[in-house]
Design a protein around this ligand. Structure first.
Ligand code: ZN
Length: 222
């Protein structure tokens, strides 16, 4: 029998992928939303505390919410649909918002989109209509920043495994992540990060059991 490491209790300085002064350390509860501004130069480490937890994420210019994440610009610039170390998270003008500077998983999705009450009903049946979903998390948390439905664009799904078959079809399959797996994003400009810790229970994106994740922001060189 192995003893599991308690990543929720580990010191933030041990978990941050880029060392520095810890300026933020919060747990995002299972199924819950989160938002925060990561200042230019600071590094956001996201920890998949219990493994296989999709972290739906959107990015906006902190000073100008009209600057927002663009999956198209991000994919086109790097010539690859998967996000990993070296990926520059770009806005619709192609300007950098953040850069993935470390990644313990290998690839992250940005074509699968966010779950919603409507898409759940379509995919999984009307009995799922009442279930909480990522779009609702984005709307609840985004409203704190004056963001509404028109501001939601195609998002990143960190820790979500969406392979593309040779014929171009997508699948949402068992994750590549595991307890304690992390990735780190360095802000290139002051960036508002909006997260839905995905509540989905109808497909394997959360191992059918949504769990908490942890966000740590470090300021290197201080
Ligand atoms: Zn979701």
């Amino acid at each position: 029998m192995t003893t599991a490491i308690d990543f929720a209790a580990a010191p933030a300085t041990d978990l941050a992928l880029v060392p520095g002064t810890v300026v933020l350390d919060e747990v995002i509860g299972e199924r819950g939303p989160w938002s925060g501004v990561v200042a230019a130069g600071d590094v956001l480490t996201i920890v998949d505390l219990y493994g296989n937890q999709a972290v739906d994420t959107l990015f906006y210019g902190a000073g100008d919410h009209a600057k927002r994440y663009s999956a198209q610009a991000t994919i086109a610039a790097q010539g690859n649909i998967f996000l990993t170390t070296g990926t520059v998270i770009r806005d619709q003008e192609g300007d950098p918002l953040m850069t993935i500077v470390a990644d313990e998983v290998g690839n992250h999705d940005t074509v699968g989109g966010a779950c919603s009450q409507e898409s759940n009903t379509l995919r999984y049946g009307h009995h799922t209509r009442h279930q909480h979903a990522c779009v609702e998390n984005f709307l609840i948390e985004g409203s704190r920043h004056g963001l509404g439905k028109a501001d939601l664009v195609g998002n990143v799904n960190f820790f979500m495994n969406v392979p593309v078959d040779p014929d171009g079809s997508l699948g949402i399959v068992d994750g590549l992540s595991a307890p304690g797996k992390r990735l780190a994003l360095r802000a290139e400009v002051d960036t508002l990060v909006l997260i839905s810790n995905c509540p989905q229970i109808n497909n394997p994106c959360n191992g059918f059991d949504p769990t908490a994740v942890r966000v740590i922001v470090t300021r290197p060189g201080v």
